[in-house]
Design a protein around this ligand. Structure first.
Ligand SMILES: Nc1nc2c(ncn2[C@@H]2O[C@H](COP(=O)(O)OP(=O)(O)O)[C@@H](O)[C@H]2O)c(=O)[nH]1
Ligand SMILES: [Mg+2]
Length: 303
């Protein structure tokens, strides 16, 4: 994971020749860093912020001839990236489930994003995760559009022994989601996970349909699901979904195949919302809680 970014960063760190922290030296280092970040699909806005913050930090450091510039830069870059990757308001999923349980209502979560990013598999992974933690869930087959999508979710439900509420293809996704909430209320199920059809963020009809699903089901959490391999276009997707629907957190999938790592670095900064989970493979267990440290350890050289 993130091999290419880590290798480029390591390589440039090995080459560090700056012997002081003058504005000129810092600018030289930042030029190289900027190049590496952009090549690895870190968003331009995020790259600029990283370089700006790094320059500010380094300019305050008192340089002596005993200073180890390489290690100082590495520590400063780690601090900057930690700031960029740390969301203002992290989400504790289990705490949310417990709060909803206290109110005797199910926690409702809607999943959305473009086609093929792993929405349906994420729902299955989270259903399994909740089950492992002792919480029940129901899946709502709200992708009534793509051929095979209902069966796909039903198969996951069968494998995991989780109930799936479905209607026929072409039926109203909001109605399916609504049915599943009623089911959860009557059966005292803890969490409703609502699948939706993939949609391009620029298609206003499909975005209006998603707004309708959200209006009718009033989700407690809205998860934007993205594919880390789509690089910079992920950022424009997340931005538009956030504007039109409102994103509480992102799930970033296919991290296992992502050599660049740019999307993971940029998405928290750009959306100002946390990444809640990372998808790291095609098995139900391949779900990891996001932590800034995990990303940092995969990007920065260890010393
Ligand atoms: N390697 C890998 N593949 C994934 C991951 N998440 C989803 N996939 C695969 O991506 C494809 C699309 O997933 P699906 O859940 O159907 O996407 P959806 O269209 O957004 O519902 C499937 O073949 C999944 O197995 C992941 O984290 N890693
Ligand atoms: Mg799907």
């Amino acid at each position: 994971m993130f091999d290419q970014l880590r290798k480029s960063v390591s390589k440039s760190f090995k080459k560090i020749t700056i012997t002081d922290f003058s504005a000129k030296s810092i600018a030289k280092f930042n030029r190289e860093l900027k190049d590496i970040l952009i090549k690895n699909e870190v968003a331009v806005k995020t790259t600029d912020e990283i370089c700006k913050k790094l320059a500010q930090k380094l300019s305050k450091i008192e340089y002596t001839r005993f200073s180890n510039t390489r290690s100082i830069i590495l520590t400063s870059l780690r601090e900057v990236l930690l700031e960029i990757l740390t969301p203002e308001q992290p989400i504790d999923l289990i705490k949310k489930v417990k709060e909803a349980k206290k109110q005797k209502t199910p926690l409702i979560i809607a999943f959305f994003g473009v086609n093929g990013v792993g929405k349906t598999l994420s729902i299955a992974k989270i259903g399994k995760y909740l089950k492992d933690q002792g919480y029940s869930s129901v899946f709502a087959a709200g992708d009534t559009f793509r051929a095979g999508s209902i069966q796909q979710l039903q198969k996951h439900g069968e494998n995991l022994n989780i109930h799936v509420i479905a209607q026929t293809y072409g039926s109203d996704a909001a109605a399916v989601a609504y049915d599943s909430i009623n089911h959860a209320v009557s059966k005292e199920i803890d969490v409703v996970l609502i699948d939706t059809a993939g949609r391009i963020e620029t298609n206003s009809n499909l975005m209006a349909e998603l707004q309708k699903i959200c209006r009718i089901t009033e989700p407690d959490l809205k998860f934007f699901v993205g594919d880390a391999l789509t690089g910079n276009s992920l950022i424009s997707q997340a931005t538009l979904f956030n504007e039109k629907i409102g994103v509480d957190a992102s799930i970033l999938n296919k991290i296992d195949a992502d050599v660049k790592g740019g999307a993971a670095v940029s998405i928290t900064h750009i959306t100002e919302k946390p990444i809640i989970f990372l998808g790291v493979g095609q098995d139900y267990k391949d779900l990891e809680f996001f932590s800034p440290e995990m990303i940092l350890n995969n990007i920065l050289p260890s010393k």
